[in-house]
Each structure stands twice: as C-alpha cells, then as structure tokens.
Design a protein. Structure first.
Length: 203
C-alpha cells in the first residue's frame, strides 16, 4: 500500500520535471500568445510539423485553431514553462503539449516549442514527463506520435525516448515540389514499463 506521504509528495511534484513546470493550456490571451508564437507565427516551425499547404501566418486563424484543439476535449493540454523566478511572476511559456483522444485509453500527440527555446532538451524532458503522466495518472494504454519524414530531429528524438516505429505513410503529402512521407510511432504501457529509467526505479 502506498503511504500518505508518498502520495503527498507525488501530488506536490505532479506538474513539474527537472527544469520545467506544466500549467493548463486554456482559451486565454496568454495561451493564445504562446500558441501563436510556438506554431503559427513561425513559418519554419509550422512547416516542420504540419503537412498542410503553407499559408501566410494569421493570428485570427491561430486563435481559432487553439479553440478547436481544446474543443476536442483532449486527455492532456498543458503549457510547457520555465519556472517563475520571483513570487509575483508567472512561469515563462516555452511550448505546449496536447494528447488528443483517439481510441479508448489511447492518445496522439500535438506539440511544439517556440523557436528560441528549441534545441535545449526541453522537448525530450517534456515528452518524457507527459508519457509518465499519461501512463501513471491517466490510465492510458497506448500513445502515438508522428513526424514528417524530413524532420530528422523529431524522428531521432521520438525513437530515442522509446517510441516504436509502427508505420511509414509513403508520399502522402506534397510540399515544395515533391511528395513526402509521414512516420508514425507508438508506445504501449508495457513498452513504457520496460524503459531503462523505469526498470531502474523498481530495483
């Protein structure tokens, strides 16, 4: 039986990881600003994660997209933040993670980071946290995540975290004069339980 102290500590640290904190992603101006900066205002970031036809950045369409994303009632929707440095300050957003509902006890990822906060290891840390949250607290059975074939950084990251390559959708979208693939990854709860960090924690 888990002790009260152990549960208290778990609740206290639930929405924290080593360098990051996680707050609600909501239909607010602050969250809309993050959504705009992390995805829709940056043509490069948007092109690396979205297979749709590129179009000029639109704040109106960006705000609509956030409302639509939250309207799907996802399993998890959080802003990824750096902790506040003073008591009267709010955490500083760097990106977001959404786990959308697919099949029962299954979810798929939607995530992005502001350009100035990329390549700092925040993606790995936040995905690891969200995977732990989904399997330990959300009673999830399966998670899936996909990447465009030319986003080599994402492909490497997802496999290195422990996601298993499950499908390769060949030439399924058109971009910059040619067709490209989408690579889909998955992680089952039993895969997660076998990750070295979880095996070590049980020893």
């Amino acid at each position: 039986m888990t002790s009260m102290q152990a549960m208290t500590d778990s609740f206290r640290n639930l929405f924290k990881s080593e360098r990051l904190v996680y707050t609600a992603l909501e239909d607010t101006d602050r969250c809309k600003d993050l959504w705009w900066k992390a995805v829709h205002s940056d043509v490069v970031t948007h092109g690396l994660i979205d297979a749709g036809q590129p179009s000029p950045p639109s704040r109106v369409e960006s705000d609509k997209a956030l409302v639509q994303a939250l309207g799907r009632n996802p399993h998890l929707a959080v802003m990824i933040c750096l902790p506040a440095t003073a008591a009267d300050q709010e955490p500083d957003p760097v990106g977001y993670i959404i786990i959308n509902k697919t099949f029962p006890r299954s979810g798929s990822y939607n995530l992005s980071f502001m350009e100035e906060h990329q390549n700092k290891g925040y993606g790995r840390e936040a995905i690891n946290w969200s995977v732990d949250y989904a399997f330990k607290w959300g009673d999830m059975h399966r998670l899936s995540i996909g990447a465009l074939s030319y986003n080599e950084r994402a492909l490497h990251l997802y496999e290195s975290i422990g996601f298993v390559k499950e499908s390769h959708l060949r030439k399924c979208f058109y971009m910059n004069g040619t067709y490209h693939d989408i690579v889909e990854f998955g992680m089952l709860k039993e895969d997660w339980e076998k990750l070295p960090r979880n095996v070590a924690a049980k020893e």
